[in-house]
Ligand binder design. Structure first.
Ligand code: ZN
Ligand code: ZN
Length: 101
């Protein structure tokens, strides 16, 4: 078996509602109950609708930076956050607040 790094859920574009080899996760719709609905868009649709892959959105980038820091930082933990951790957290909160509602 060949190893594949492809997300098994990708391959479908929710914008043109058809299969696509370039579809990536662009939006997760939060729901009150159960897991949120994930929406995928292919490259042409992303270009046309100016969609940004979720992995490249500022809040997502900031959140991963924060997670990456806390994973290695001994000053961040249950007791609280170190200065760097707090700054990364604020950056994440700021990116979230800047998102269109
Ligand atoms: Zn599409
Ligand atoms: Zn820290």
């Amino acid at each position: 078996m060949d190893q594949t790094t492809e997300d098994p859920r990708s391959g479908w574009c929710h914008w043109h509602k058809g299969p696509s080899g370039t579809a990536v996760l662009v939006q997760v719709i939060e729901q009150n109950s159960g897991p949120g609905a994930a929406l995928y868009a292919c490259a042409p649709c992303r270009e046309q609708r100016r969609l940004t892959p979720l992995a490249e959105q500022p809040d997502e980038v900031a959140y991963r930076a924060y997670l990456g820091h806390t994973a290695e930082c001994t000053g961040c933990g249950r007791a609280g956050r170190c200065e760097d951790g707090a700054r990364l957290w604020e950056a994440y909160r700021g990116a979230l607040a800047a998102l269109p509602a």
